[in-house]
Design a protein around this ligand. Structure first.
Ligand code: GZL
Length: 343
């Protein structure tokens, strides 16, 4: 029995003693009983203890991802979740994982902020006999250091964006025009940045008339996206397309372009392609500010719950588990499409 389960056992016994001791005293107030019930629910011995090290809270996508996992790994579903927000710092993730190991959790769930640097700490988890499940982003480690990975095919997302741009320009009769492109990159060396840059780059390489003026890190945040776009607008006066590797940076880019007196979106001078397809991206497309958003499904919670359930019952799971995803653009009935979306 792991440390947390032992502690829960002790806590429950202590709580029961407390309750019995109270029986002899004056009638205890109702709140004690509800506090005890709450205590027992949270410390129920049969809960599966999961330590979850999340990248941060940098974007709408991240918030949806966190919410999905927290909603799935609940005490009602048999889980005791310990959530740690790394505030986009890898060293905070190292600390969180080591704390989870000390607490002897049953599973560690990790969204690695970048792909490198994980060998030592994941070896420590393996040595402690704690399975690691990677979600969202990948870690470049030997396969025996994690049980499985759930996430998106980022290269495919990037290619899909390039192919969308091909068709868009063709529809406008601009397939032979010189097209000047800038890219707002996500956190450098994160799987989403690496994959989207690579995937779009493969399509870019097929078009001699497409010119990538510059790619710059804007760390997946709206503030940084606006700051970087302001700088790019000052440096280049002929930008035709912005590839923004997530929606929040795209929202920042829209602000920068509009504040500089420019125009963007389907009726503007600058075409904006984005990634994630969060709810606010639907707002931006419907407002005519961005042209398209390539979905990256954050709803990992149910799949994670299912995977841990399989492992708990002695089953095995596929090493790589891709999420379903598509894309949305301003030619679609976005009002209708967004009705069936959970984020
Ligand atoms: C993608 C995820 C990225 C999102 C960003 O799976 O890693 O990180 O695209 C988020 O919004 O910050």
């Amino acid at each position: 029995m792991n440390h947390i389960r032992r502690m829960r056992g002790l806590a429950v016994s202590f709580g029961v003693l407390l309750l019995l001791a109270g029986c002899g005293a004056k009638k205890t107030e109702e709140p004690e009983a509800s506090a005890q019930q709450q205590f027992e629910t949270e410390m129920n011995e049969n809960l599966i203890a999961v330590g979850f090290s999340q990248v941060g809270a940098e974007s709408d996508w991240r918030a949806a991802n966190t919410e999905s996992i927290q909603s799935a790994l609940t005490p009602e579903n048999g889980f005791y979740l310990i959530y740690e927000d790394a505030q986009q710092k890898q060293e905070n993730q190292f600390k969180a994982i080591r704390n989870f190991i000390l607490q002897e959790v049953d599973y560690i769930v990790l969204s690695p902020i970048v792909e490198n640097g994980w060998d030592t700490v994941l070896q420590e988890a393996k040595d402690a006999g704690i399975p690691v499940i990677l979600v969202d982003r990948k870690a470049q480690v030997p396969e025996d250091l994690y049980t499985c990975w759930i996430g998106a095919d980022f290269e495919s997302e990037g290619r899909r964006a390039g192919e969308w741009l091909e068709q868009y320009l063709e529809d406008q009769g601009r397939e032979d025009e010189e097209i000047n492109i800038v890219t707002l990159q996500g956190t450098l060396d994160s799987s989403a940045q690496l994959g989207r840059t690579k995937g779009f780059g493969e399509v870019l390489a097929e078009h001699d008339n497409w010119k990538m003026l510059e790619m710059r890190d804007a760390d997946f945040t709206q503030a940084k996206g606006q700051e970087v776009m302001e700088s790019l607008l000052q440096k280049y006066d002929d930008i035709d397309v912005v590839v923004s590797e997530n929606d929040n940076m795209a929202f920042g880019a829209v602000d920068a372009i509009q504040e500089a007196g420019g125009s963007c979106g389907p009726d503007g001078d600058i075409t904006i392609l984005s990634f994630d397809a969060v709810s606010a991206a639907f707002d931006a497309m419907m407002a005519g500010e961005i042209n398209a958003s390539f979905e990256c499904n954050p709803l990992h919670g149910p799949k994670l719950q299912e995977i841990i359930g399989t492992l708990e019952s002695g089953g095995t799971v596929d090493k790589i588990q891709y999420m379903e995803e598509t894309y949305f653009d301003t030619d679609m009935d976005l009002e209708e499409l967004r009705k069936s979306r959970a984020y």
